[in-house]
Design a protein around this ligand. Structure first.
Ligand SMILES: NC(=O)c1ccc[n+]([C@@H]2O[C@H](COP(=O)([O-])OP(=O)(O)OC[C@H]3O[C@@H](n4cnc5c(N)ncnc54)[C@H](OP(=O)(O)O)[C@@H]3O)[C@@H](O)[C@H]2O)c1
Length: 283
């Protein structure tokens, strides 16, 4: 990749950030389409977000992805927000459009595309989601528009309640919540079709942790873990062992990234080049 005086800079802000695969994926895509763009990772501490966004303006950074822990707090620092991201209450992509910073959220559609990519149709399915953070909000927003029912379980019950009530109010979603516990997970998985982990449990280096006792899984269940690591999270490995269908976070990473790529460049993302770059990196 040749960096020139005209190169447009994109990147990701978050903390922790050094394990991100986004630079590998986006730089491979820019190279494939011969676009004069480059993508870098910036570690931004929680108390430095405002300064980071001022830096984005001053340096005319063209686009950013936003990850843990900034997806919600970023909103107040932007000039505009896409209506879906506003309803979701979280932003994972920013476009610097003629010096106006506009926020978008591509997580939820990325998750749906990952599910559909495995030939699973979430329409009329019963979904159990673990977690009620920024990515859960985006996934619940999209999946509750097609699913029969969505159950959100979270360690902090208040956060699950807020997520569900917001979606009931905004889009009349069929969504309920409960506090996350071993017993509640057991009960909810009895007749669930798709289990989605959106909590950070399983994230490297704690790849041997899972919120779900393997004996509550069954081969009819589709298990989707949005967390990704080299060998698959414990939840994904447990699900594979009993013959359940599994979807790991890499697919969602690619699809949410592909949508961000299009927002920044105006062209369709080369999905295969992005996937090949990630597979090469993790193998
Ligand atoms: N594959 C992808 O493309 C993709 C995209 C986005 C995010 N992710 C991954 O998804 C994860 C969550 O991201 P996020 O942005 O939604 O984070 P977030 O907003 O900080 O939410 C974190 C969630 O994890 C829960 N949690 C944390 N520690 C827990 C514990 N010890 N026990 C039970 N629950 C716990 C939190 O519960 P409380 O509310 O109780 O704190 C909350 O529901 C991250 O690991 C991120 O890397 C992957």
């Amino acid at each position: 990749m040749e960096i020139s005086g005209r190169t447009k800079i994109c990147g990701v802000i978050g903390n922790p950030i050094k394990h991100t695969l986004s630079p590998i994926m986006h730089n491979a895509a820019f190279k494939k389409l011969n676009l004069d763009f480059a993508y870098v990772a910036f570690k931004v501490e929680e108390n430095m977000l405002q300064e980071a966004i001022e830096g984005m303006r001053a340096l005319r950074i063209h686009g950013l992805n936003v990850t843990i822990p900034h997806k919600e707090s970023i909103i107040q620092l932007l000039d505009g927000i896409d209506p879906e991201a506003r309803d979701i209450g979280a932003v994972n992509t920013i476009l610097n459009k003629a010096d106006e910073l506009i926020g978008y959220n591509t997580d939820g559609i990325g998750a749906i595309k990952a599910i559909e990519g495995h030939k699973i149709n979430p329409r009329k399915k019963r979904i159990v989601m673990l977690g009620a953070g920024g990515s859960a909000r985006s996934i619940a927003y999209h999946i509750s528009q097609v699913a029969e029912k969505v159950v959100v379980l979270n360690r902090t019950e208040e956060r699950a309640k807020k997520l569900a009530e917001n979606l009931k109010f905004k889009i009349n979603a069929n969504i309920v919540w409960d506090q996350l516990s071993k017993e509640v997970i057991r009960k909810q998985l009895i007749d669930a079709d798709i289990l989605i982990n959106t909590t950070s449990i399983g994230l490297s280096p704690r790849s041997d942790e899972s919120l779900v006792d393997p004996k509550f899984l069954n081969p009819e269940l589709c298990v989707f873990d949005i967390v990704y690591n080299l060998i698959g999270t414990k939840l994904i490995r447990d699900a594979r062992k009993i013959g359940a269908k599994t979807i790991d976070g890499i697919d969602m990473l690619i699809y949410q990234g592909a949508m961000a790529f299009t927002i920044w460049t105006g062209v369709e993302a080369p999905i295969k080049a992005m996937k090949d770059a990630i597979i090469q990196e993790i193998s």
